[in-house]
Design a binder for this molecule. Structure first.
Ligand code: NAD
Length: 244
């Protein structure tokens, strides 16, 4: 098992935190990035307690300056980043008719532009290493569409297009670029949904349960591994069968 440096955005909680723990358990050094350093520190402690290496860095995806600083700090402390997990994401739901321009822009900025800028920060290093894994966490709704989420869906469908384009641009450098499209996963993001909505969703999931952050982390860990070396441009559905 070769040890590499992985950078996970939105690692303070939910899916990102599970990805960081899983990549650390696979033997990688993990840079945990998000806005709240205190929360990152608690995830980092868990990794260290299990014998892993964790480096928390502050990152705000809505600021290009913050993105540059976070990656500079990460490389300085952990060496070249060869695994990038673009996990951080936000929702600002509402029907398109009444959607505020700010709510459109901030979701696109964080979920899509932020991910693109992170990729730009690691591309050169990966080319130099002649090895890289870029994993974008999109969403089932980026494939299916969803009323009330035009901004979020556009950002996630954009991530899927970005994944396929960059897979073609970077393939000759031995850098793979893949996306994961989670279904309904129990995290803070989905905790706000009503019991009625949850039950309706559950009924449409063949595996008859919601996803756990670890379900997504397992797929991320696989795509980051040597075993996934011939997979690029793939959109891996991890959704319990809710959309095929
Ligand atoms: P979450 O809200 O629990 O966590 C989101 C993470 O992103 C947090 O660590 C937060 O600090 C970080 N983040 C948000 N804005 C940021 C910013 N501007 N700069 C830096 N970090 C920022 O969400 P989650 O459910 O763990 O979702 C993780 C990813 O999975 C998201 O991209 C989400 O869209 C996607 N996803 C989630 C579900 C689900 O059902 N939970 C389904 C499909 C896709």
């Amino acid at each position: 098992m070769s040890s590499r440096t992985a950078f996970v955005t939105g690692a303070s909680r939910g899916i990102g935190r599970a990805c960081a723990l899983s990549l650390a358990a696979a033997g990688h050094k993990v840079v945990l990035a998000a806005r709240d350093l205190q929360k990152l520190e608690s995830a980092a402690e868990e990794i260290r307690a299990a014998g892993g290496t964790a480096i928390p860095v502050s990152l705000d995806l809505s600021s290009e300056e913050s993105i540059k600083q976070a990656f500079a700090q990460a490389v300085q402390q952990a060496g070249p980043i060869t695994i990038l997990v673009n996990n951080a994401g936000i929702t600002k739901d509402g029907l398109a008719l009444r959607m505020k321009r700010d709510d459109w822009e901030s979701v696109l900025q964080t979920n899509l532009t932020g991910s693109f800028l992170c990729i730009q920060q690691v591309m050169q290093g990966m080319m130099k290493e002649r090895w890289g894994r870029i994993i974008n966490v999109a969403s089932v709704v980026g494939e299916s569409g969803n009323p009330g989420q035009a901004n979020y869906v556009a950002s996630k469908a954009g991530l899927i297009g970005l994944t396929k384009s960059l897979a073609q641009e970077l393939g000759s450098r031995n850098i793979t670029v893949n996306a994961i499209t989670p279904g309904f996963v129990d995290t803070d993001m989905t905790a706000v949904l009503s019991e009625e909505v949850r039950q309706k969703m559950l009924a449409s999931i063949p595996l008859k349960r919601f996803g756990k952050p670890e379900d997504i982390a397992g797929a991320v860990r696989f795509l980051a591994s040597e075993d996934a070396g011939y997979i690029t441009g793939a959109i891996l559905k991890v959704n319990g069968g809710m959309y095929m």
